[in-house]
Each structure stands twice: as C-alpha cells, then as structure tokens.
Ligand binder design. Structure first.
Ligand code: AHG
Ligand code: MN
Ligand code: MN
Length: 338
C-alpha cells in the first residue's frame, strides 16, 4: 500500500518543471482546484435547489440560454482569479468581452486564463456530466499594466497549462503543464483531489466514435465517409464501432482520453465555422490530447496552430486517438481531391 498523493502535493513536487518556476503557476493551479471544489458542491446540490435549476432567462453572446449554474460557476472562477494575485485578466465563454482586472491583487498578475465555466450546460437539468475547461497563458503585455485583447488572442501552442474538471459520477481534475497529463479524483469525504490517473496516455485507437449524428448528412464528405466506415461491418477490425455521444464535450473527451476514441464537431450550415470555441474549449483540450499522444485538428490545421482573431472564435473540431484522427484526415483529403 502506498500513501496517496494530493493535488496540492503533486503541484508542489512538480513546480521545478514549470516555465519560470516562481510558484505563481502553482498557486494559480491550486486556486483553480479550490474554485472547482466549490462549483462541484454547487453542481451536486443543483437538483435539490429549485432556484438554481433552469434557464436564467438571459442569453449569452452566442445566443444560447444561460443556465443559472453557468453564471454561478463563471462568478466563482472569476472571483478566484481576480483576487488570487496571479491573474491580470480573463476571458470566459459566458462574457461578451474579456476582463482586465484593476484591483490591487491582480495588478502584478503574470497570467491570463481563458475558460468555459460550465461545459455541457444543457445537460444540467437532466443530471448528466458537465465540466469546466481552462487554458492558461503568460501575458504578453508588460507586467503592471492592464491586460489587453492581445493577451487573450494567443495561439494554443503558447499555453503554459490547460485542463478540465469533470463533474461526473465523481469529480475529476485533469491537467497538463506540458509535461504529460495527470488526473486527480476528488475524495469528497476529505475534500482533496487525489492522484488517481498518473501519466495519462490516450490509446492509439479504439472502437468508439463520438459525433452528433444529426449532422451526418450536412457535414464534410470526408467525415461522412469516416462515420460510414465506423458503422460498416468487418469481422477482422471489429466493426461496426460503437457510437457514444453525451453532448458534454468534456465528458466525451474524457472517455476518449481513457478508453480511446474520436470526437468530431464538424462545420455545418447552421455553424459554418463549427460550434466549439477555439479559446475556451478546443485549445485546452487539444493540449491535453497532444500531451497524451492524441491529435486535435480542424481537418486542415493543427488546432493549437490556429491564429485566434476574436475571443469567441469557433472552429471545426476533430480530437482523439492518433490513428483514428489520422484516418479522418486522410478521408477529408481524399474527398477534397474528387
Ligand atoms: P456549452 O454548454 O459550454 O455551451 O457547450 C456545449 C457544447 C459541447 O459541450 C457539446 O459537445 C456540444 O456543445 C453539443 O452540441 P450539439 O447539441 O449541437 O450536439
Ligand atoms: Mn462548452
Ligand atoms: Mn459553457
């Protein structure tokens, strides 16, 4: 039997690996863990508290209904970032514009955080897994000044850390600082995240595919060809594959990370650039995927190389096991040549 490792201990032990290693990134990661415990508690209680459930009656900039828990989670994380001392500004999926903090504590913060406070929020009132996704960058504007839009619009390759929290049958925090991926499970009895999934690696292939198949006839021919391949029958390769689509990107991604698989959200006529947001969803999960041996692409470009031009930018997204994503890329290329 070995002693368990808490997230806090783990972060401290690994501090030397961090770029700049001043302890600030460690504190920021610990702040994220603390905020996510609070949000986890609120998520767990949501079904009990009538006034937390249901749409708040407002729509966010992307025209989607905001659920109350979206707002609760957004505010919780913002508070943690604003007063934690490490962050000078943030951008969140729930807010139209980025925020440059002007309070004393934030003035010397060296980092910006971009995040999706609650991903999969349409699943809240049916008690299905949801999550938080975050992405951390070093600011590029001078220290001590106000954070700028340019701090927020950095390429995914510049992320210094990224991760997600999954509020599933248990709460898990998975993150990377560019030295592999580690997963921690919250033990609610002691209120600690414990290292449960060290050095996570995404299997190179699997027989699970994940896509909203309502979009099948209206997406790129190469993707249609891939889904048809998955559905085809072939004894040697064990096809047909199984379709798994939760509708919470974090949960679908987490399954692919552990069991292998592919997640596809293509461009469709109603969302010609795709539905998922580059900065809050695609880049952080792309960093985790790549660090675990997987691939994240638009179909034409590595996700983390996409040059961001606006905060709420959307991109087509294909992420998952290396061999599966490679096969889709080949089929896209083939279809384009026809
Ligand atoms: P969010 O709840 O943060 O707006 O994100 C929802 C996203 C993602 O989590 C999910 O995979 C996708 O939207 C589902 O979209 P469809 O309902 O179009 O399949
Ligand atoms: Mn989301
Ligand atoms: Mn969201």
């Amino acid at each position: 039997m070995s002693k368990f490792t808490s997230l806090h201990e783990f972060i401290m032990d690994r501090q030397a690996e961090f770029p700049f290693a001043s302890g600030e990134l460690s504190r920021l990661l610990n702040d994220i863990a603390l905020a996510s415990k609070i949000v986890s508690r609120d998520v767990r209680r949501a079904g009990l508290v009538d006034h937390i459930l249901g749409a708040q009656g407002e729509t966010n900039i992307q025209g989607e209904d905001q659920q109350k828990l979206d707002v609760v989670a957004d505010e919780q994380f913002i508070k943690m970032f604003q007063f934690g001392g490490e962050v000078c500004g943030i951008a969140s999926e729930e807010n139209d514009d980025f925020m440059a903090f002007e309070n004393e504590e934030a003035k010397n913060g060296k980092y910006v955080v971009l995040f999706d406070p609650l991903d999969g929020s349409s699943n809240i009132d049916v008690n299905v897994s949801i999550g938080t996704i975050f992405s951390i960058y070093r600011r590029i504007s001078p220290d001590g000044t106000k954070a700028t839009l340019a701090d927020m619009l950095q390429k995914g390759t510049r992320q210094v850390a990224a991760g997600y929290v999954l509020y599933g049958s248990s709460t898990m925090l998975v993150y990377s600082t560019g030295h592999g991926v580690n997963g921690f499970t919250l033990d609610p009895s002691i209120g600690e995240f414990c290292l449960s999934h060290p050095a996570m690696k995404m299997p190179e292939t699997s027989r699970l595919y994940s896509m909203n198949e309502g979009n099948i006839d209206i997406c790129h021919q190469g993707i249609q060809d891939y889904i048809k391949y998955c559905q085809g029958e072939e004894k040697e390769t064990g096809r047909p594959y199984s379709g798994r689509y939760i509708g919470s990107l974090v949960a679908d991604f987490h399954r692919s990370l552990i069991k292998g698989g592919i997640y596809i959200y293509p461009a469709v006529p109603s969302a010609p650039k795709g539905k998922l947001r580059l900065l809050y969803e695609c880049n952080p999960l792309a960093m985790i995927a790549e660090q675990a041996g997987g691939i994240a692409t638009t179909g034409y470009e590595r996700i983390m190389e996409v040059e961001p031009t606006e905060l709420h930018q959307r991109v087509p997204y294909i992420v998952g096991s290396k061999k599966m994503v490679q096969q889709v890329l080949d089929l896209i290329q083939k279809a384009d040549l026809k």
